[in-house]
Design a binder for this molecule. Structure first.
Ligand code: MN
Length: 608
């Protein structure tokens, strides 16, 4: 049966190494330059497709890696010549965290196809077909493969059934997606919730009603993925997602190697050659050596059997961990995971997938750190208004009562119908930086971090982030960087000296707390430097409740504002948070500017 072209039952494999593999295990930090060396080898293996783009790859490339995501796609296309490239698209949210206007969806899909995408896997976090309509027509317009995905979820407990996510739910969704024109249908199990026998039942039944090919995307998180993939194969699924072993298992996909091996000489044998796969895995293994820090997991267990209750998808767990690390609250991980089921229930049991998983995850972090629902992101407020689509079940009265009924979207209206075209305005805003359409899309999708990236890409700002990361790999330049810096702030009397030990070397580091110094830059505060240490009454200060990026100050120096007025929008944990004035008064200090990154406890503004 091996390599028999007559065998129409061959299981097809989609390799996820360059997208979901590192998104799940290392917060999407794999650089293009580290994937390029094995791209041609991967191409020679004969995968059905390679998922290389979309999901978080777009955001992370610009936000953390100072890499052009479009360039990544073009490079993959030039190296991977015979395997179709696929991307994950979040329906009307594209590769972002909110719904974008139709003109953005059309242009983004047109440019993605132009730059190299052959297969678009499209899903909506709420499985709301209205959010898939525009991408569906745009993908048809560029004549590419449209794969529509259903987010797999369970209500409570671990298995299919219950009041919402029943076998009928999935069959009806699949029928509806097929009638929309899907070229194939994917069951997208973000958190590895699909159990082996449910997988068997699900795909056996889907095969009876659905004519287009079926694919399974699942995660290993709960430990069931390889078993579920095998049972899905037994039930007739056409294609399965898997990952090269170094980036497989844990919260990622099942590993390719044991699946290929299990099917050897079976009538559904994939025909893939293990020799080539081993070569690719070996090379990937040595590339990953320098990423060891990113791969560090806080737990010894490689599976998380409790995922069946918190349902957080793979990418989101690594995100939660890095967010909590930044907040210095990694010890709260268990509390955050424990809060998630009740928050999800309050929101009407949405499947936990981007952007809803971020919204719920960030809300749970905030619930644990700031008290339940004391801070609600603007994204979550929009969810409550129906701007993300129809929640699968009723939202809790407590939450919905906080929303003005006039603001709640009529169920007959497609959420994106309310959005005005965005591309023309974005083009005007950044015309002095770039006129490239891919750049314009980057900015439209990510106005704050995208702008920051584009200024660096076009040489208007220095590339600070990459410099910093490279220095961390080699300990010594840390010190020389500081020595060479001519713009040192003045040391205060509270400076303390610490010995810092790094791999057998040690550095003497002077640490000077900055919280009693509103700003070291007199030009920003409008105060002479000598006044720096003036004590400010605590009630006057607006502090950053968590680390993040300032999206926008809504007030100016000297403005008269009332208690509760929004002073600024802080983007933290990928959510926008409106921070309001602690008291009425006059804005006497604005300590940062739009786009600045702030740490927890930084003074953002002073109201006197
Ligand atoms: Mn996934």
């Amino acid at each position: 049966m091996l390599n028999n072209p007559e065998n129409k039952n061959t299981v097809k494999f989609t390799d996820t190494t360059f997208r979901d593999g590192h998104q799940s295990l290392m917060a999407t930090r794999l650089k293009t330059a580290d994937m390029e060396p094995i791209a041609e080898l991967m191409d020679s293996i004969g995968f059905h497709s390679m998922e290389v783009w979309g999901g978080a790859t777009f955001d992370v490339a610009t936000r953390y890696l100072t890499e052009d995501p479009w360039d990544r796609l073009r490079r993959f296309k030039s190296l991977i010549k015979s395997t179709p490239l696929s991307m994950l698209l979040r329906g009307q949210s594209l590769v972002g965290y909110r719904n974008y206007a139709d003109d953005v969806v059309e242009k983004f899909i047109e440019r993605s196809a132009h730059n190299g995408i052959d297969i678009f896997r499209v899903f909506d976090a709420l499985n709301d077909e209205r959010n898939l309509e525009k991408s569906t027509s745009a993908i048809k317009d560029v004549s590419k493969h449209l794969q529509l995905a259903i987010c797999y979820s369970v209500t409570d407990g671990g298995s299919m059934g219950g009041p919402i996510y029943t076998l009928d739910y999935f069959i009806n969704k699949a029928k509806s997606l097929e009638s929309m024109g899907a070229d194939s249908i994917c069951i997208k199990d973000m958190a590895g919730l699909l159990s082996p026998f449910d997988a068997y039942n699900l795909f056996s039944e889907l095969k009876k009603y659905i004519k287009v090919p079926l694919q399974l995307h699942t995660h290993y998180t709960s430990g069931m993925a390889s078993m579920s993939a095998l049972k899905a194969i037994e039930a007739g699924v056409d294609a399965v997602d898997a990952c090269l072993s170094p980036l497989a298992l844990r919260t990622s996909q099942p590993a390719i190697e044991p699946l290929v091996m299990s099917l050897k000489n079976h009538f559904r044998d994939s025909g893939l050659q293990l020799e080539l796969i081993h070569q690719a895995s070996d090379q990937l293994e040595s590339i990953l050596k320098k990423y060891r820090q990113d791969l560090e997991m806080p737990r010894a267990s490689i599976i998380d059997a409790k995922v069946l209750s918190h349902q957080i998808p793979g990418g989101m767990i690594s995100n939660l961990i890095s967010q909590l690390k930044e907040l210095g609250a990694l010890d709260k991980l268990e509390n955050v995971l424990a809060d998630i089921p009740s928050t999800r229930k309050d929101l009407g049991y949405p499947p936990l997938v981007t952007p809803i998983s971020q919204m719920v995850g960030s809300q749970s972090v905030s619930n644990i750190l700031n008290g339940k629902y004391n801070m609600i992101s603007s994204q979550l407020q929009n969810y409550l208004k129906g701007m993300y689509g129809k929640p699968p079940a009723k939202v809790s009265d407590d939450l919905i009562n906080g929303v003005d009924p006039k603001d709640i979207l009529n169920q007959d209206t497609r959420p994106a119908d309310l959005l005005k075209p965005e591309i023309t305005d974005a083009t005007t805003t950044i015309k002095d930086i770039t006129t490239d359409i891919d750049d314009i899309l980057t900015y439209t999708l990510y106005p704050t971090t995208g702008m920051k990236f584009l200024r660096q890409k076009h040489g208007l700002d220095p590339v600070t982030k990459v410099e910093k990361e490279e220095q961390l790999e080699k300990p010594t330049p840390l010190i020389s960087k500081i020595d060479n810096n001519s713009q040192l702030p003045t040391k205060s009397s509270s400076v303390k000296t610490f010995n810092v030990f790094v791999e057998g070397q040690y550095f003497e580091v002077e640490v000077d707390p900055v919280y009693n110094k509103p700003s070291t830059n007199p030009a920003v505060t409008g105060k002479p430097e000598s006044e720096e240490k003036t004590e400010i009454p605590e009630g006057d200060i607006l502090l950053a409740p968590m680390p993040g990026t300032i999206s926008k100050y809504n007030v100016q120096l000297g403005d008269q504002i009332s208690k509760g007025n929004v002073v600024l929008i802080l983007e933290a944990m990928k959510m926008e948070n409106a921070l309001s004035a602690p008291k009425s008064g006059i804005v006497t200090e604005i300590s940062f500017k739009d786009g600045d990154m702030v740490s927890k406890g930084d003074i953002l503004a002073v109201i006197s």
